[in-house]
Ligand binder design. Structure first.
Ligand code: ARG
Length: 438
């Protein structure tokens, strides 16, 4: 029971590529340090290469064994005899696993960056299609002002742009090599750690051996970056659920991307979006779990650190899947352009435009706000939109209204007026789109 509890092979087996790569470089470092002869180094390297080729070809990694490091060393000794036992000279699984995990985070991070780019591309493409589509923008989930659908979609593009930056920043700090730190105090053999770092494509060798074997900040940072990605995806997914509801009716999912109900024949559920929304929880859970593993942990290596892997792997898999599914949903959404436009009109989203009109005629904004507020209540009572009032009716609320007000009370004019940098004016959104494409 306790053996089973201690074993990490069931989940750290996926680090075999990183483990072999680290060991091959380490054998060369031992050779340069005079620990291994050129012939021994060549034999160890060939043995490790053979193991990698076999595993790559689908050979199963043994089920028993404590962890991936002992298992690969065992396979090496099977292949080349007792010489295999020289590989671990001056090395500990503590610096070995820290190195393997950084190599894993490097490649996982690169995959997430690619997946972010694909989803960004999908959002950009849909935005380009809908540069002329008007929808109500919301505050407090209440219709507020008209915006372009392209502007709304590009808001998510901006989130993903920041996600990319956060991830790149985290990956930069991952590029520090722990190997040669030994168990905790530094290897007793004259390893050229700078050269070893170069061989494994790290930017530097770790500066403190105690820190090297006990630091998992790079795991925390990746998990934090992934958590924020997932929170963004959960907001996008949440909007897809809302928008595809009959209450909103802003979009529909093709049948292939929606699920029916086992009981209710009328249902078409956005289940994939709901799951993306929900899965943000487990990625954030992995971050919190890792923070708790590290909290109060004395230096240097403690077995607690073995708990760094399952949550990390799951978070990476979940984020990659969620990014891919979000991209498919964004590509597949059929936007209901007429319905969005109608919702913008029904929501009296031109009210700010009417108030701004009065301001341009000299009225202080507070007074304009009050006058238009009363006009909106009156129009709502009369079952008409604000711009459906006659000039005479409007003048009951302010004598500053003149015939030209109706030129301002259109969705297109309200959009054009929001022409500040970052605003929803079509010209600005065109620029934002061009910037996004660049
Ligand atoms: N399986 C361990 C881990 O993942 C490897 C390091 C074990 N080190 C030790 N001294 N027991 O952390």
């Amino acid at each position: 029971m306790v053996d089973r509890f201690l074993r990490s092979l069931p989940f750290d087996r996926r680090l075999w590529r990183e483990d072999v790569a680290g060991s091959r470089a380490y054998a060369r470092a031992l050779s340069a340090a005079g620990v291994l002869s050129p012939a021994e180094t060549a034999a160890i390297d060939a043995g490790l290469e053979g193991i990698a080729a076999a595993l790559e070809g689908g050979a199963p990694l043994a089920q028993e064994g404590e962890d991936v490091h002992m298992t690969i060393e065992g396979l090496l000794t099977e292949r080349i005899g007792p010489l295999g036992g020289k590989l671990h000279t001056g090395r500990s699984r503590n610096d070995q696993v820290a190195t393997d995990l950084r190599l894993y985070v490097r490649q996982a991070g690169a995959q997430v960056l690619e997946a972010l780019d694909r989803l960004s591309g999908a959002l950009r493409a849909r935005a380009a299609e809908h540069i002329g589509t008007v929808m109500p923008g919301y505050t407090h989930t209440q219709r507020a002002q008209p915006v372009l659908l392209a502007h709304h979609l590009l808001a998510y593009f901006e989130m993903l742009r920041r996600d990319r930056g956060r991830l790149e920043d985290a990956l930069e700090r991952t590029e520090v090599m722990p190997l040669g730190a030994g168990a905790l105090a530094g290897s007793g053999f004259p390893i050229d750690r700078q050269q070893l770092a170069r061989e494994l494509a790290f930017n530097a060798a770790s500066a403190n051996s105690l820190d090297a074997v006990s630091d998992r900040d790079f795991v925390l940072e990746l998990l934090a970056a992934l958590s924020i990605v997932m929170i963004h995806l959960s907001r996008l997914a949440g909007e897809i659920v809302l928008w595809t509801s009959a209450e909103f009716g802003f979009a529909e999912l093709p049948d292939s991307l929606a699920s029916g109900s086992s009981m209710m024949p009328n249902k078409k559920n956005a289940c994939a979006a709901e799951l993306v929304r929900a899965k943000s929880g487990r990625v954030t859970g992995a971050l919190v779990a890792m923070l708790m593993v590290l909290k109060g942990l004395p230096l240097a290596y403690n077995r607690d650190l073995q708990e760094d892997k399952e949550g990390l792997f799951d978070a990476v898999d979940t984020t990659l899947d969620s990014l891919a599914v979000a991209g498919i949903l964004v590509q597949g959404l059929e936007f209901k352009v007429e319905r969005m436009r109608a919702a913008a009109i029904e929501g009296n989203t031109l009210a700010t435009e009417a108030a701004d009109y009065l301001v341009r005629k000299g009225l202080p904004f507070r007074d304009a706000h009050r006058a238009v507020g009363s006009a909106v209540s009156y129009a709502t009572g009369a079952g008409r939109p604000l711009e459906g009032l006659t000039l005479d009716e409007l003048r009951r609320f302010s004598p500053l209204f003149e015939a030209d007000v109706f030129e301002h009370l259109t969705l297109e004019q309200a959009l054009r007026a929001r022409a500040v940098y970052g605003g929803t004016a079509p010209a600005r959104v065109e620029e934002a789109l061009a910037d996004a494409e660049a």
